[in-house]
Design a protein around this ligand. Sequence first.
Ligand code: FAD
Length: 469
Amino acid sequence: MKRIAIIGGGISGLSAAFTLEEKRQSGAPIEYVLFESAPRLGGVLVTDHVEGCLVEAGPDSFITEKPWATDLCRKIGLGDQLIGSNDADRKTYILVRNKLVVMPDGLMFMVPTKILPTVFSPLFSLRTKIRMATEWFHPPRKASADETVAEMVERHYGAEMVDRLADPLLSGIYGGEASQLSVRAVLPRFADMEAKYGSLGRAMLAAHRKMATANMPPRPLFTSLREGMQQMVDALVARLDVNALRTSAPVESVIPQHNGWTVSAGYQSDHFDALIVATPARAASAVLQLADENLARELGEIPYSSSVTVALGYDETVRRSLPPGFGFLVPRSEGRRLLAATFVHNKFPHRAPENRALLRCFLGGESVEQFLNASDEQVLRIVREELQQILGLTADPLFVRIYRWRAAMAQYSVGHLERLERIEALLQKLPGLALAGNGFSGIGVPDCVRSGTEAATKVISGMGMWSAA
Ligand SMILES: Cc1cc2nc3c(=O)[nH]c(=O)nc-3n(C[C@H](O)[C@H](O)[C@H](O)COP(=O)(O)OP(=O)(O)OC[C@H]3O[C@@H](n4cnc5c(N)ncnc54)[C@H](O)[C@@H]3O)c2cc1C
């Protein structure tokens, strides 16, 4: 019997455990133990139910285009629980000089593909509109080195595009800044499109046409679960071997020993044949310090950002007074503390009863430390001030929930892919070890599912036990 340890019980670790469980049930001679430092499993996937509203503390959905989370949900019996975002009401605003300006139709991520809505949009100055028109003639360019998203977008559309769109969109996903994030790691498609077409606009349009001719049925942009993201955690846990799950069990260190790994958690040390570390990269660095200090250093240098999410429930008067659409993003140049807010009752209507409005606000960026350390009263005061100034919202919320996420989102800065190569080379010298989690090749839930699954596949293959069956 081969023994495998998994460290970290977020969606990455649970996906790895599920892959091992499937293998075990198909007769492979393996057993696994999952160590999770917190008292609960799921990591940042947490759903609360408050006064008839479904409140997501961490992720509220995942992008439909990436199949791995949807595929896993189907496998664990949640196929009929998958729901799409209410794209008929999809409309996102950008705060410009304290006014909400709707993002024009035809923007694919930040790339304009429709002329008229962009020409008439007050979101961009004439100068940026002229840049958009000339971008169409951008020559193909094979990048010789990595660069930041801000640098690439600025080359194509100018600085205003970075401030009004690229930066707010990326801070909504990564909690990070376009001027720090690597194009190759975060938007590899953009680098490919530039190399092939030159113009991002022409490349996006070509991709759009290809999809239209392939007669692909329209899909919602985001997918989630009827009862929230926690449903995914619960369904996974229900399919795992209950004796294999150790919560409130922080792993302190791992050491390669006797053709395997010794894992130390609390006063106990246990021997395993293989190991999957599925924690945030900084925690992985601490755990692997004694195993390989070079690997630990590389992992520890992957930057992470923190954020605070604040859910506020209101009555139907407020619901009627709020603008339609999914919510708004706030460019850094507005000098606000709020990064974004989602109108949950529009994005996923059944998550709030018809007589309730549910807002989810994001705080992050440079001032995030202040919010992480502030009292709930202080955080709420700031959020309410911002909502009053942006939306004119003065009503008292019916309920509030505040969630603090310290160093939870990896930031793929310039040079991230080279770092991954160095990590991969170091892993070659540590047989039986696989890494998973949001620190490596995608921070969204689908990529984390993929990373956990691939890590499990890697350790089983290393034992000569993998077959696709
Ligand atoms: C506020 C927020 C909103 C987000 N929104 C979205 C979204 O809408 N859509 C989307 O796709 N993605 C979103 N993401 C990103 C996505 O949710 C995460 O990247 C993903 O869930 C991370 O999963 P994970 O298992 O890799 O890490 P985590 O969920 O962080 O789990 C890691 C686990 O490891 C445990 N651990 C750490 N150290 C040890 C140790 N020494 N021993 C044992 N256990 C340890 C931790 O306690 C934790 O439970 C969001 C993230 C945040 C924080």
